[in-house]
Design a protein around this ligand. Structure first.
Ligand SMILES: *[C@@H]1O[C@H](CO)[C@@H](O)[C@H](O)[C@H]1NC(C)=O
Ligand SMILES: *[C@@H]1O[C@H](CO)[C@@H](O)[C@H](O)[C@H]1NC(C)=O
Ligand SMILES: *[C@@H]1O[C@H](CO)[C@@H](O)[C@H](O)[C@H]1NC(C)=O
Length: 299
């Protein structure tokens, strides 16, 4: 049985526009409309089935990372160090809320806010932080009691229709980060990639193992960033999800019970229509869906 699926998706030019009733007032709601800004802001988050961390993958730190930089006089000034990206439970950082240091779930939320503070771009009416690459493992061990309901602990229940190969099926992935580099030709390029199969080596080929990769590339100052997503499932990890999100800058994003950081700088309660302009090329019959999910009340 073919359990492996490949997915290759390219995102270009994401724009979100909020349009007033009369149509007269047209504003872009997303920081960096058109994805043209040279100084990119991109972050990574990985989740288990229940939008929590559970256990960190060995040596990987908390599953949050970011690649944020400004381009000045032909060099990249990075704002997030690899030490920041490797921060994991038990390690303090500025602004860490008391009580979160030894809790993997709370720690990840705090780390996201911290990375957001390093990446933040001042703008009107609100600052914004980053595009969010979201990776999720659909394995669900219902006997683990790991999934809280709305932030509160829920008891274990019998196995359902969700995949799980046994103990540890809800693990976090390995993450390898290629920090964005500027090459001689003026091309900027960076990536996040890895696998859920702990102990495997993606350098030795991908046969039988899961794989994800997000590459961002900008060819010229006048061009947009292009995000290329690749996702490969495996027998142990038959259900994986890889998103590019434009979350709210502040407050709850769809599906989360805590504060996130993101790209949507206008969050209007009485806005009327939003338009998403998205150039999108997919190269797979396994494409789950193009989800233009709404964040908060009505953006
Ligand atoms: C976190 O764990 C360490 C090591 O076990 C312990 O020394 C420290 O008191 C704990 N901190 C909190 C806030 O629980
Ligand atoms: C950007 O500029 C180059 C020349 O420097 C040109 O070839 C290319 O078509 C331009 N791209 C866009 C999207 O305008
Ligand atoms: C489509 O996906 C396949 C398999 O991952 C890859 O080899 C090929 O280069 C992709 N084609 C394009 C146009 O991206």
């Amino acid at each position: 049985m073919a359990m492996e699926a490949h997915l290759h998706v390219v995102f270009l030019l994401v724009n979100v526009i909020v349009l007033g009733v009369s149509g007269a007032r047209r504003e872009t709601a997303v920081g960096d409309p058109g994805m043209r800004r040279d100084g990119l802001r991109v972050a990574f988050e990985a989740w288990n089935f229940c939008n929590e961390v559970g256990q960190e993958a060995p040596g990987m730190g908390s599953p949050r990372a970011a690649d944020c930089f400004d381009l000045s006089s032909s060099s990249l000034k990075h704002k997030v160090s690899e030490a920041d990206n490797k921060l994991g439970v038990g390690k303090p950082f500025p602004g860490l809320a008391p009580g979160a240091i030894n809790n993997t779930d709370l720690y990840a939320v705090q780390k996201e806010l911290y990375l957001g503070s390093l990446c933040q771009v001042e703008d009107t009416p609100n600052p914004w932080q980053f595009w969010m690459v979201m990776l999720k493992n659909g394995n669900y061990d219902t006997t683990s009691g790991l999934c809280p309901r709305n932030g509160k602990k829920a008891p274990p229940f019998g196995p359902g229709r969700f995949p799980c190969f046994g103990k540890g099926c809800m693990n976090q992935p390995m993450l390898f980060h290629q920090q964005t580099k500027l090459s001689d030709g003026g091309i900027m390029r960076g990536s996040f990639k890895g696998t859920y199969d702990l102990g495997s080596d993606i350098g030795n080929g991908l046969d039988g193992i899961s794989f994800y990769e997000v590459v961002w590339e900008k060819k010229d100052s006048n061009e947009s960033w292009v995000f290329s997503h690749k996702l490969k499932t495996s027998k142990k990890y038959p259900w994986l999800m890889l998103y590019l999100r434009a979350d709210a800058t502040k407050g709850f994003s769809g599906g989360y019970h805590y504060d996130t950081r993101g790209m949507l700088k206008i969050v209007s309660r009485n806005c009327l229509k939003s338009f998403f302009l998205l150039n999108f090329k997919a190269n797979s019959s396994h494409l789950h869906r193009l989800k233009l999910g709404c964040t908060r009340e009505c953006v």
